[in-house]
Design a protein around this ligand. Sequence first.
Ligand SMILES: [Zn+2]
Length: 127
Amino acid sequence: MSRHADQDLYSGLIRLHILHHAAEQPIYGAWIMEELGRHGYRLGAGTLYPLLHRLEQRGMLQSATHKAGPRIRRLYTLTPAGQRAMRQARLKVRELFGELFEAERESQTRSVRANRQQATKRRRHSR
Ligand SMILES: [Zn+2]
């Protein structure tokens, strides 16, 4: 899959991930980049900052500058609208995950059953 298609597929997950952490504590760009990197999402500043800006414009995040030693950081926190959106999103994510992993469990059960049948056949043949 192309990098662009990947990004398209995961962009919602990345947004939810950001909102999730912003609900826990005020977060800033470099921290988010590192956190997303830890989860295997490589985002450059040129992608991340416009994304944060859009989430702020939509009223999900609010930001304020904060002086951290010699540098000034923009800290993002979740707004009440963001909290409502997250509550909705959690239900949807739970439902999707249930379906994704239900399918996985079923295919595992199927392959265990198929293996057992194969083994039974082999045993019959060897008799
Ligand atoms: Zn995380």
